[in-house]
Design a protein around this ligand. Structure first.
Ligand SMILES: NC(=O)c1ccc[n+]([C@@H]2O[C@H](COP(=O)([O-])OP(=O)(O)OC[C@H]3O[C@@H](n4cnc5c(N)ncnc54)[C@H](OP(=O)(O)O)[C@@H]3O)[C@@H](O)[C@H]2O)c1
Length: 263
C-alpha cells in the first residue's frame, strides 16, 4: 500500500533511539524525509547515518526549552523546505511512589512530554497548515490507562498526552491537521534493556529470564515484549493519506497487554 509519504517531511522527537528511531526509520522506508530530533549529538548523527543522510537530518533540541524548539523548527523548514508531520515521542520513564513524589520531578515529566509536545505543535503550526496531509502523532503509554505503582510521573504525563491529543484534534481540525495518539505497551528499548540487565545481575537470571520476569511481575499473562518496529508500523499508517478520516483517536498498540491485566 502506498501511504503517500514520499518526500513528505516527518519530524520525530526522541528519534535517536528506541521507538522514535523506529518511527523515523519506518517513515524513511515509506519514502518520507525524517527530521531526527534529540539532545544526544552522537546518537543523532549515528541515526542519520543509518537512515541515510540524503533522507534524514539531525537537529539538536531539548523540547522543554521553547526557544530551542522555535529555532529547531526554523532549521527543519530551512533544511527541507516544508513540514508535514510531527511525532511527539520524547519522554522519560520513571517516577516514585506518590508519598515521595516531588513537584520538580512531576514538572520535569510533564514538561518533557506534554509541554514539549505543545511547544512543537505550536511552533510547527504555520507549516503544518500548508500541508495537504498534516499530521500530529503523540506517543503516550499504557500507564495512561492502568496503574503501575511507582511510575506516577510517566502515567500522569501519558494521560496528559491523550487529553492534549483530543484538544489538538478538535481545535486544529479546521486547519486540516489530524492529531492522534499511540499508546504503546511494554516495548523493548534501551531503558528496559538496562533494567533487565540489572535484574539479571541482582537475581542471577539470564537476560531473557529477566525480561520475562519483568512482564510476570506486571501481571502480563502470556504477553510478550513489543518491538519498536511494531509501534512504528502503526505510526506510519496514522501519518498516511489512508488515515485521513482518523482524528482525535488514541490507539493501544500493546499485543493485548492491557487486557491481560484486567481481573
Ligand atoms: N519502551 C516502552 O516500553 C514504552 C511504553 C510506553 C510508552 N513509551 C513511550 O514511548 C516514547 C519512547 O520510548 P523509548 O522507550 O523509545 O524511550 P528511550 O529509548 O528512553 O528514548 C527516549 C528519547 O526521548 C528523547 N528525549 C528525552 N527527553 C528529551 C528532551 N527533553 N528533549 C528532546 N528529546 C528528549 C531522548 O533523546 P536524547 O537522549 O537525545 O535526549 C530519546 O531519544 C516515550 O515517550 C515513552 O514514554 C515507551
Amino acid at each position: 500500500m502506498d501511504l503517500n509519504l514520499k518526500n513528505r517531511v516527518v519530524l520525530v522527537t526522541g528519534a535517536n533511539r528506541g521507538i522514535g528511531r523506529a518511527i523515523a526509520e519506518a517513515s524513511v522506508a515509506e519514502g518520507a524525509l525524517a527530521a531526527v530530533i534529540g539532545r544526544d549529538e552522537s546518537a543523532c548523527r549515528e541515526t542519520v547515518q543509518a537512515l541515510g543522510p540524503d533522507r534524514s537530518s539531525a537537529f539538536l533540541c531539548d523540547v522543554t526549552d521553547r526557544a530551542q524548539v522555535d529555532r529547531m523548527i526554523g532549521e527543519v523548514v530551512g533544511h527541507f523546505g516544508r513540514l508535514d508531520a510531527v511525532v511527539n515521542n520524547a519522554g522519560r520513564f520513571g517516577g516514585s511512589p506518590i508519598a515521595e513524589l516531588s513537584a520538580a520531578a512531576l514538572s520535569e515529566g510533564l514538561n518533557t512530554k506534554v509541554v514539549g509536545a505543545l511547544a512543537i505543535v505550536q511552533a510547527a503550526l504555520p507549516y503544518l497548515r500548508r500541508s495537504d496531509q498534516a499530521r500530529v502523532l503523540n506517543i503516550s503509554g499504557v500507564t495512561a490507562q492502568r496503574v503501575t505503582p511507582g511510575v506516577a510521573v510517566t502515567a500522569i504525563a501519558n494521560s496528559g498526552m491523550v487529553a492534549l491529543t483530543a484538544y489538538l484534534a478538535r481545535e486544529l481540525a479546521e486547519d486540516g491537521i489530524n492529531s492522534n495518539c499511540l499508546i504503546p505497551g511494554y516495548t523493548l528499548t534501551g531503558a528496559w534493556r538496562t533494567r533487565a540487565e540489572a535484574l539479571a545481575a541482582a537475581e542471577g537470571l539470564s537476560f531473557d529470564e529477566a525480561l520475562a520476569e519483568i512482564l510476570r511481575r506486571q501481571d502480563m499473562g502470556h504477553s510478550r515484549w513489543g518491538e519498536a518496529r511494531e509501534i512504528a508500523d502503526v505510526a506510519v499508517f496514522l501519518l498516511s493519506a489512508q488515515a485521513a478520516f482518523v482524528n482525535g483517536a488514541s490507539f493501544r498498540v500493546d499485543g493485548g497487554q492491557f487486557l491481560a491485566i484486567q481481573r
